[in-house]
Ligand binder design. Structure first.
Ligand SMILES: Cc1ncc(COP(=O)(O)O)c(C=O)c1O
Length: 449
């Protein structure tokens, strides 16, 4: 037998060999068909196998695939930056492109710390995040992440920036507390942690407008982001919003923060912007950030070999053209309503499904053993992984979420182009897997907490 040279995530598991994709479906070499209910990792925006995008990639690669950013600029990257500036809220008018969300997070740290250095405050270097958050696997990005499962292995390599609780009403709101009261209390807690850390040493705070993988789609109460913006201004720290998951139309608008009319100083995007066709992510900066650089050193934060890459940018433009041509954001809003209705119906039929939450085509829920007390399965049950594997074996891809001590949430985030019949199919397969989950739930109910 030939040796396996490629490292896979889990060395004890076998992975199907994908052969091709078509719309919301992927196919493997054994002839199985999978409905991509998670867009891989919330990435596939316009579906798989879109020939027009492949044609643009071929054409751009034939013309020029690579240039280095200190030697040339290129029209696809210029145009992608202009388009992003046009759809981004407020004066987020300046874009820089990298190859992954983690690199975008790193760039955000360099931009925030550099901003204060240029302003004569070089001691402002900390970036405060939240528990149950994820901003990437590079050491700076992980330092800002409160991802309990991914952090512990790296010890002192990581900065131990303090983290505040996320806005997570289902588990953290008090009985009788209104949305507005909970939003205010959450932000007060966050602001208290900035003050405790000494704001003169804090460069920025970073949050996901809706927490993805680390929480299983935690949607904050209305008003939360606006109050957070105000707290950052009061404490003289920058606000970084990580829209690597929520950006590029996933929640029905180009960026999730637009809904609350909140303009961060730095906005991160990734995943869906290239729809899986290009490994491209990036950062948008507000006018005032770039003005300070211009008045100071004139130097922007350092990038990478593949930053502002023409092939990546041209690919994103092709994805973007399809999003506009096919009115994909309208589809997200319409199909989002259908998906929400289906999920809520499912939750009303199975008492172990709790807190259906989301927006657009980004939805999550939790498994609980007792809806009254909200008791989750024990962390070692890995309910989310068990469920996602059950779905996968039935030809439905979902994303496991919710980190220790919970490990009990799941993300449903199909391609943004999914149609009505495909949502029905997704819901039917989901319902079958939820029914199958009943046997596990019964077993876990009898185990000691
Ligand atoms: C919110 C968020 N930020 C950043 C990242 C890191 O992106 P990447 O995996 O492309 O490095 C992720 C990845 O899942 C993410 O969900």
């Amino acid at each position: 037998m030939p040796k396996e040279a490629l490292l896979k995530p889990n060395l004890h598991e076998a992975y199907p060999m994908v052969t091709h994709g078509d719309g919301v479906y992927l196919f493997d070499s054994a002839g199985h068909r999978y409905l991509d209910g998670s867009s891989g990792a919330m990435t596939v925006s316009i579906g798989h196998g879109v020939a027009e995008v492949a044609e643009v990639m071929r054409e751009q690669a034939g013309r020029v695939a690579f240039t280095y950013r200190t030697q040339f600029t290129n029209e696809p990257a210029e145009e992608l930056a202009r388009r992003l500036a046009r759809v981004a809220p407020g004066d987020l008018n300046h874009a820089f492109f990298v190859s992954s969300g983690s690199e975008a997070s790193e760039f955000a740290i360099r931009a925030a710390v550099g901003h204060w250095r240029e302003k004569g405050e070089p001691q402002k270097v900390k970036v405060l995040g939240r528990e149950s958050s994820y901003h990437g696997m590079t050491m700076g990005a992980l330092s800002m992440s409160g991802h309990a499962a991914r952090r512990p292995d790296y010890g002192s390599l990581l900065h131990s920036f303090p983290v505040s609780p996320p806005a997570y009403a289902y588990r953290h709101a008090r009985a009788g507390e209104s949305d507005a009261e909970y939003a205010a209390r959450s932000v007060e807690e966050f602001e208290a942690s900035i003050i405790a850390e000494n704001p003169d040493t804090v460069a920025a705070v970073i949050v996901e407008p809706i927490v993805g993988a680390a929480g299983g789609v935690l949607v904050p109460p209305s008003g939360y982001l606006r109050l957070l913006r105000e707290a950052c201004d009061r404490q003289n720290v920058l606000l970084v919003l990580d829209e690597v998951i929520t950006g590029a139309g996933r929640t029905g608008t180009w960026f999730a923060c637009a809904r609350e009319e909140v303009v961060p100083d730095v906005l991160l995007f990734g995943k869906g912007i290239g729809g899986g066709y290009a490994p491209l992510a990036g950062v948008l900066l507000r006018d005032h950030m770039v003005q300070i650089m211009r008045q100071g050193s004139g130097v922007t934060p350092f990038g990478h070999t593949f930053s502002n890459n023409p092939l990546g940018a041209a690919t994103c433009l092709a994805v973007w053209d399809i999003i506009e041509r096919d009115r994909v954001l309208e589809n997200v809003r319409r199909r989002g309503v259908q998906l929400e209705e289906g999920l809520r119906k499912l939750a009303s039929q199975y008492d172990y499904i709790a807190d259906v939450r989301g927006r657009g085509l980004l939805w999550g829920f939790e498994f609980v053993l007792d809806p009254g007390t909200k008791r989750p399965p024990t962390a070692s049950s890995y309910a989310s992984t068990v469920f996602v594997k059950t779905c996968f074996s039935q030809g439905l891809m979902l994303y496991p979420a919710g980190i220790a001590p919970l490990n009990n949430a799941v993300i449903i985030s199909p391609p943004l182009t999914i149609n009505e019949a495909e949502i029905d199919e997704l819901l039917a397969r989901l319902a079958a897997a939820v029914t199958r989950m009943g046997a596990y739930i019964e077993k876990w109910r009898t185990e000691a907490p």
